[in-house]
Design a protein around this ligand. Structure first.
Ligand code: FAD
Length: 535
């Protein structure tokens, strides 16, 4: 029988290989009775700096009698439960075949996981993607980072894998949905390391993620899905509130009665087109701010104290929150230990920062976004496209402040805090380069004021955070979609039948896993309309 045991601790100096032996001692069973021992959860407890340790949950196979005895006589303080086998899912049966082939827009996590679900149900879709395949896209992005030449259709936001391709690849979500473990299993099946299945905060890095995404495409193609790259949706054909077709590249029309729409949060021209086509949408609050970059060893020292530098410790992370005197939320977002600050623009004349890392997280620098909440009243109420124009306005200011060549404006954190002119800049990971600038000129006054109020507080929480070793880089504007494409309980647009807005860009997710989850749920909702007996 299989039992799950939680709350097993290992010190930094204890080898993971000792887990079965240690467990046998705790449970008072013979080590040879443990037939299998699998880690199902692993987290780091660094709350007490003099007692940093790992915490595990494991699953063990024991002979039935031994297992029952262990559960009945569990020592106090140990959480033990029997693991029951999962029922084998019944096969999917589609009762009605759709008139047209289903279409998916976008190859980000939402689009890819919707495609996997449709293929699994015997309905391989047509997939439209404005950007290029990973290898060509990587070349375009490398060129942008080296000389500032932006391709507005092939960049950090647009192309195979969506925004996730150049991401930090943090694969966790706060959502509790049984599909999350299915999604992680799928990532693992396509090449993500097995540890993502049990780490509390799984991370894969942009290098591994690129390979996983290409492996998913090859599999989907084998299942009959058809990928069309450099194919941008530029119009919709809607007749009597029903989707009839999709115009691509301003030329060709594709007959379609279903579109799973997963455009990501930066497809501003697409949002404008959808708005003009009468698709119901509304403005959504957002957050903007700056990226902060520190030496990783400083963050390690702050977070790990005397244990900093221990070979078993990963580069340290942090999460900071603050409520300003005017009620604004100020918080760190998308923290990238051992990573790089990157230029993530998709529009000419607009500078957007973000963060990424490799699987190894071995850069000497740590970064995160420090952002301030922005409400609808800050940019003109519920008018659907107002948030998008607000983002653009500050991205343009940052672009100009950086010199108009995609060099980013930057300032030492203390200079920003004290309103001083920028002095010399520290070593950075940002490419193509940084221009010393007064960052207060690249952000609304209320954002500057809130950040200046929050930074001393952050320094109290993490002494050394607001120090001469920290540098700020501007501006971080694309933390979420600036609008929501309205949909009903059935996932269909409130104004166009057959249109299923999904993922981050449609306003229903934020992050790789939640977007993948929303994509899968969107596909399930569509399958229900076909009379599927199990989805
Ligand atoms: C640098 C960076 C780092 C990140 N790090 C993390 C992280 O560590 N963890 C995490 O959870 N999240 C991270 N994110 C966020 C995450 O990548 C997104 O939440 C996620 O990719 C959203 O998925 P999506 O499928 O909804 O949209 P996207 O991934 O944005 O995909 C949308 C796709 O649609 C395509 N498209 C848009 N318009 C059209 C059109 N008109 N016609 C055809 N195709 C179109 C785009 O080209 C794009 O490929 C990061 C994002 C960035 C930019």
């Amino acid at each position: 029988m299989t039992i799950r045991l939680s709350n097993i601790h290992l010190s930094l100096d204890e080898e993971e290989a000792t887990l079965p032996e240690k467990t046998a001692q705790v449970l008072k069973v013979l080590p040879e009775h443990i037939q299998e021992c699998k880690i199902v959860k692993k987290s780091l407890d660094a709350r007490r700096k003099n007692r940093i340790h790992f915490v595990y949950a494991i699953e063990l196979s024991l002979p039935p009698e031994e297992g029952k005895k262990v559960i009945q006589e569990a020592p106090a303080g140990l959480q033990i439960e029997e693991v029951l086998g999962q029922p084998i899912p019944a096969p999917v049966i589609i009762k009605r075949k759709p008139a047209c082939r289903p279409v998916i827009l976008g190859t980000g996590p939402a689009g890819l996981f919707a495609a996997l679900k449709l293929c699994q149900s015997g309905l391989p879709p047509l997939i439209l993607e404005r950007g290029k395949e990973v290898p060509e896209r990587v070349k375009d992005v490398e060129r942008f980072w080296s000389d500032g030449t932006l391709d507005p259709e092939s960049n950090v936001q647009f192309g195979e894998g969506g925004a996730g391709t150049f991401s930090d690849g943090k694969l966790f979500t706060r959502l509790h949905d049984p599909r999350v473990s299915t999604i992680l299993n799928i990532f693992s099946r396509f090449g993500a390391p097995a540890e993502i299945l049990y780490l509390q905060k799984p991370h894969i890095g942009t290098d591994r993620l690129r390979r996983v995404i290409m492996a998913m495409r090859h599999y989907l193609e084998e299942q009959g899905a058809e990928f069309n790259f450099q194919t941008k949706m530029t119009g919709l054909k809607i007749i009597r509130d029903h989707l009839q077709g999709i115009v691509v590249n301003d030329q060709k029309e594709i007959a379609a009665s279903l579109l799973l729409l997963a455009p990501g949060n930066s497809a501003r021209d697409t949002f404008q087109m959808l708005f003009q086509a009468g698709v119901a949408m509304e403005g959504k609050p957002l957050a903007i701010g700056l990226r902060v970059e520190h030496p990783q060893r400083l963050i390690d020292r702050i977070q790990y104290g005397p244990s900093a530098g221990h070979p078993r410790l990963p580069p340290a992370e942090y999460q900071l929150t603050f409520r300003s005197s005017r009620g604004r939320a100020v918080y760190s977002f998308c923290m990238c230990p051992g990573g790089a600050v990157i230029a993530a623009s998709s529009e000419n004349q607009g500078l957007v920062t973000n963060g990424m890392s490799l699987f190894q997280r071995n850069s000497p620098l740590a970064n995160s976004a420090l952002v301030v909440s922005v409400g609808l009243d800050d940019f003109g109420g519920k008018e659907p496209l107002a948030g998008l124009e607000f983002q653009r306005r500050w991205e343009r200011k940052a672009f100009l402040a950086g010199g108009g060549t995609f060099w980013a404006p930057a300032q030492g954190l203390l200079d920003f805090l004290q309103g001083r002119d920028p002095s010399s800049l520290r070593k950075t990971s940002f490419k193509p380069g940084l221009t010393p600038a007064r960052l207060e000129e690249c952000l609304p006054a209320f954002v500057v004021e809130s950040l200046r109020e929050a930074l001393p507080h952050f320094n109290r929480k993490m002494p050394g955070f607001s120090s001469a070793e920290a540098m700020l880089i501007g501006v971080e504007t694309c933390t979420s979609a600036p609008l929501r494409i309205l949909r009903g309980e059935d996932f269909q647009s409130l104004s166009v039948r057959g249109l299923y807005p999904i993922g981050e860009g449609s306003g229903y997710a934020g992050g790789i896993i939640s977007s993948a989850l929303d994509g899968r749920k969107g596909a399930e909702a569509y399958l229900k309309t076909l009379g599927v007996s199990r989805v």
